[in-house]
Design a protein around this ligand. Structure first.
Ligand code: 6GU
Length: 236
């Protein structure tokens, strides 16, 4: 999979060369290219923003650098039509389902906005080049798309076949089956007067699987009831 990231703060993404995703890049499974949007600015000061038409607070990102950058990146990737993602608190909410869907794409482009936003015509133009998605991490506000892009690249990248060594560890995560993960324990069996649940020491794998399922349901009901199927008959 190829992923291009456009940002005026490319060094944010240095961390993505570490650990799992770094290995995926070294092995060629993931081709991640982070580019500075200012490379496509055209004046001496490499300006990427300007005042908003109609007035109002803050600055808006100019369309020309975005257009030139998207043209060059899409052209360089050949005939494949990319999915172009603009992280935005005004977008659809990113979930594990979104991550699974995007992990199947050949080419993703993330356009990280800053300031009050990007000139609206950029989204219209990008839709001529590929499938455009405005995606939010949730209902809170970040200063720009960079941190959101890092979260999404990590969530998507680990779903690319071969990135996570043991694919079974993907299946047992929170959210993969719509429930939160069951609790985990390791040695010692007793630590600061706290014992590991007896069940896990029983060696009865069927009973352990049932217990873990119950734990998943209990935690989900407690912490994230919104994830459970609607059941109007429930009393609590
Ligand atoms: Cl994707 N961008 C910004 N700026 N803020 C956010 C977000 C994205 N998701 C949640 N808050």
């Amino acid at each position: 999979m190829r992923i291009d990231v456009l940002s005026i703060f490319p060094s944010y993404f240095d961390g993505l060369t570490l650990s799992l995703l770094g290995k995926a890049q070294q092995s060629g499974i993931l081709d991640l290219r982070v580019r500075d949007l200012r490379e496509w600015a055209f004046d001496r000061h490499r300006t990427v923003d300007d005042t908003p038409y109609g007035g109002g607070a803050g600055m808006v990102m100019k369309p020309e650098p975005w257009g030139a950058a998207l043209d060059e990146i899409v052209e360089s990737a050949g005939p494949v039509r990319p999915t172009i993602i603009f992280p935005s608190p005004a977008g659809e909410v990113f979930t594990q389902k979104t991550a699974r869907e995007l992990a199947n794409r050949e080419h993703l482009i993330f356009g990280c906005g800053r300031y009050e936003g990007i000139d609206e015509r950029v989204f219209e133009y990008a839709a001529e080049l590929g499938e455009v998605r405005l995606i939010s991490l949730g209902d809170y506000v970040l200063n720009g798309g960079e941190v959101a892009t890092m979260a999404m690249v990590e969530a998507i990248g680990r779903l690319i076949p071969g990135v996570v060594g043991n694919p079974e560890s993907l299946v047992e995560e929170s959210h993969e089956d719509g429930l939160l993960e069951y609790p985990s324990y390791t040695k010692p069996a007793s630590w600061r007067e706290r014992a590991v649940p007896e069940m896990l020491l029983s060696g009865n794998h069927g009973a352990i699987a049932t217990w873990r399922r119950e734990q998943q349901l209990e935690r989900t009901r407690e912490r994230r009831p919104d994830l459970l199927p609607k059941d109007d008959s429930r009393q609590d």
